[in-house]
Design a protein around this ligand. Structure first.
Ligand SMILES: C[S@@+](CC[C@H](N)C(=O)[O-])C[C@H]1O[C@@H](n2cnc3c(N)ncnc32)[C@H](O)[C@@H]1O
Length: 378
């Protein structure tokens, strides 16, 4: 069954389920987002011949219901988002196309605004960073940055705990997204959060400290240091965006060690597996440097997400921004599962994957002490 969550994360604007299976009680189901008391719901219209019934579902319920309908009742599904049109055939095959024309006017009428930061409303940190003018206009040459910050906030908004938390951003660099997180949680949601940005570069950190002070962001702190040697307090949420090569693994390992509730990582320039990966059956792919590089990079992220699943996280890789805006466009988003500590079945799938490709990823070595050894979930 195809995974629907990454599709829905793009913001479902319409779904049409057709070509019902023989036992299906419905001839067709359509889905659209609506606002009910300013809350996002998905309205399902179930057609049985001339009769139609409706249900307004919460986003998570909608995801489960869509999955069940596609798996059980319909051979065909069209799922539309602002970014792509997806055709799902028999629950398995996924075809992706550029989005068709804007959704029906009737849909846009009810559609919730998905942007966390709105154009026209000055956001102090974006003004200070030169992305917005003081009256809230996005500067044309910084539009990509605005889009990236917004997209990031949309992707993380639903997984961040709605209570005071401590967040560490490893490899925070110029810290656009660190400031964005603080803005979302401390300014927009009014939560008493603490956010720490860590980076190797002293000069960059000094600038971030000065900006935090200018903005009066008292609980946003910056420190100079190496991720692997960081000795600060435990964080509930660990963020690492575009940290170089295995610095991402050091961040993920630290997050797991802390049993952080949420991990958000956008990996970057993965070199580690480039030399390691080998599989005779894949030689037509691996013989080309550029394809080997992309494949090794995807395999690195797949291994990371799978290892996180093995140590008790619900981990998904989702598209961060379109490739045209940055080549580093995958976000590993992991949320710690309730009481489950480890998942040996996920580990076994990881071992098969690793064995097939002949790889030895840094994250596995870093997590050696906590990875499950045998079978089952413990
Ligand atoms: C490409 S920048 C990304 C900055 C920021 N997170 C963003 O997404 O815009 C990567 C940053 O990671 C930092 N970095 C790389 N390895 C690191 C390490 N081991 N410890 C701390 N910072 C590191 C670099 O200094 C650099 O500022």
């Amino acid at each position: 069954m195809v995974e629907l969550k990454p599709l829905l994360d793009e913001g479902l604007t319409r779904a049409v389920l057709s070509n019902p299976r023989r036992d299906s009680p419905y001839s067709k189901v359509t889905v659209r987002p609506v606002l009910v008391d300013q809350q996002l719901r998905y309205q399902f219209e179930y057609r049985q011949g001339a009769k139609a019934t409706h249900a307004n579902l919460l986003p998570l319920e909608a995801e489960n219901e869509l999955e069940a309908l596609i798996r059980r009742d319909f051979r065909q599904a069209l799922l539309q988002t602002p970014v792509h049109d997806y055709q799902v055939l028999n629950g398995e095959k996924l075809l992706r196309r550029p989005p068709t024309a804007a959704p029906d006017a009737s849909l846009t009428h009810d559609r919730p605004k998905r942007r966390v930061l709105a154009e026209g409303e000055a956001v102090p940190f974006l003004v200070e960073l030169g992305v917005m003018t003081p009256d809230g206009k996005v500067r044309a040459q910084r539009y990509d940055k605005f889009r990236q910050v917004n997209r990031f906030l949309e992707l993380v908004d639903t997984v961040l705990p709605n209570r005071p938390v401590r967040i560490v951003d490893f490899g925070s660099g110029k810290s656009y997204l660190t400031f964005a997180l603080y803005h979302l949680l401390a300014v927009q949601r009014g939560l008493d959060v603490e956010v720490v940005g860590l980076d190797l570069k002293e000069e960059v950190i000094e600038r971030c400290k000065a900006l935090a002070q200018t903005l009066g962001y008292e609980r946003l702190r910056f420190e100079v240091g190496d991720i692997a040697l960081f000795e600060g307090e435990r964080a509930d949420v660990v963020v690492s965006l575009h940290a170089c090569d295995t610095a991402t693994d050091a961040a993920l390992a630290r997050a797991v060690e802390w049993r952080a509730e949420v991990i958000l990582a956008v990996p970057c320039c993965q070199h580690e597996l480039f030399e390691q990966v080998r599989d005779d059956a894949l030689s037509p792919l691996l013989d080309h440097g550029i394809l080997r590089e992309r494949f090794a990079s995807l395999a690195t992220d797949a291994a990371r997400a799978q290892l996180l699943r093995a140590v008790g996280y619900d981990a998904h890789v989702v598209e961060f921004v379109d490739l045209e805006h940055t080549a580093k466009n995958l976000l590993i988003r992991a949320v710690r599962r309730g009481d489950t500590v480890t998942d040996a079945e996920a580990m076994s799938r990881y071992r098969t994957f690793k064995g097939r490709l002949g790889i030895d990823p840094a994250l596995e070595r870093a997590l050696a002490d906590v990875l499950p050894k045998g079978g089952g979930v413990s």
